[in-house]
Write a protein that binds this ligand. Structure first.
Ligand code: PAF
Length: 279
């Protein structure tokens, strides 16, 4: 497994494999089984896989959150070493991706970016789109792999690829969960023991929400979720909503003809966790 710090050098290296299909798995490191599932799928579907490991500063609206983001490069490389010569790692410094200013490019994703995560984390998706475009247009992979845990991010990336007319297939990969149902996330390692024990309630709530489809209407379900988290004082509910799975706009009635999804964001102490399920 080879590690590159410069995109240009990796591109020159890959020039030898001109006709090979490349899969890209963009990550911010602190790799867990969810990331490794993306890499495994990418290996099955492509000749070579690039895993990028870069904590992108422009997608953090909170400097504290950026500073606290786990940086575990040697562990990450160890985890990827099982894939041997199928995987190239791109682990740059900030200057390689932001040679001039560490700033976002302006993008317009309309209502897709103003709801949920977009409303709670100012500028987050401008930062995500900026870095994902740099990675996609830089490497021009055949396919790029992203997890559905960040479902809104995935919708924005589909919109980005369509806007920029990139001939790249974005592959949506299912959420990987711990045995107790908690969606895998690099942030889970930062939970206190007490909060880690409580965290599976997030997915349990979503399962309950799903079970009520056809029995309760959306405002009733929403009220139940809000009251549930009010009673559990360790949690701070940021948002819960049931939305159209394509437009991501919150719905107040169930539309059988439309794909819908339930989304949640909560804080446990300082750690913000998100999850979502088909509804
Ligand atoms: O999902 C992530 O880890 C990041 O948002 C991404 C897509 C790698 C961009 O920095």
């Amino acid at each position: 497994m080879t590690v590159f710090k410069e995109q240009q050098l990796l591109k020159e290296h890959l020039d030898f494999q001109k006709d090979a299909n490349i899969g890209l798995v963009p990550t911010m490191g602190a790799l867990h089984a969810g990331h490794l599932a993306l890499v495994e799928q990418a290996i099955k579907e492509n000749d070579y896989v690039i895993v990028s490991i870069f904590v992108n500063p422009t997608q953090f609206d909170d400097q504290k959150d950026l500073n606290a983001y786990p940086k575990t490069l040697s562990d990450d490389l160890q985890k990827l070493s099982v894939f041997e010569d199928k995987v190239y790692v791109y682990a740059p410094e900030v200057k390689d991706l932001y040679p001039e200013k560490t700033a976002t490019e302006p993008y317009n994703f309309g209502l897709l970016e103003t709801t949920m995560e977009g409303a709670s984390r100012k500028g987050h998706f401008q930062g995500v789109a900026t870095i994902v475009f740099k990675l996609l247009s830089g490497f021009m992979p055949k396919r790029a792999y992203f997890g559905e845990k960040d479902y809104q991010q995935l919708s924005i990336i589909h919109a980005l690829v369509a806007q920029k007319k990139l001939p790249i297939t974005i592959v949506d990969c299912p959420i990987v969960r711990e045995k107790d149902g908690l969606a895998m996330s690099s942030r889970n390692t930062r939970l206190s023991k007490e909060h880690r024990d409580l965290a599976p309630l997030i997915y349990k709530t979503l399962q309950q929400v799903k079970a009520w489809k056809g029995q309760k209407d959306i405002p009733e379900i929403k009220q139940w979720v809000e009251e549930f988290f009010q009673k559990n004082a360790a949690f701070e509910l940021d948002y819960f909503c049931i939305a159209n799975a394509n437009s991501l706009q919150a719905a107040s009635t169930i539309q059988e003809s439309q794909k819908m999804r339930a989304f949640i964001a909560v804080k446990l102490g300082d750690i913000r966790l998100i999850d979502n399920v088909n509804f």
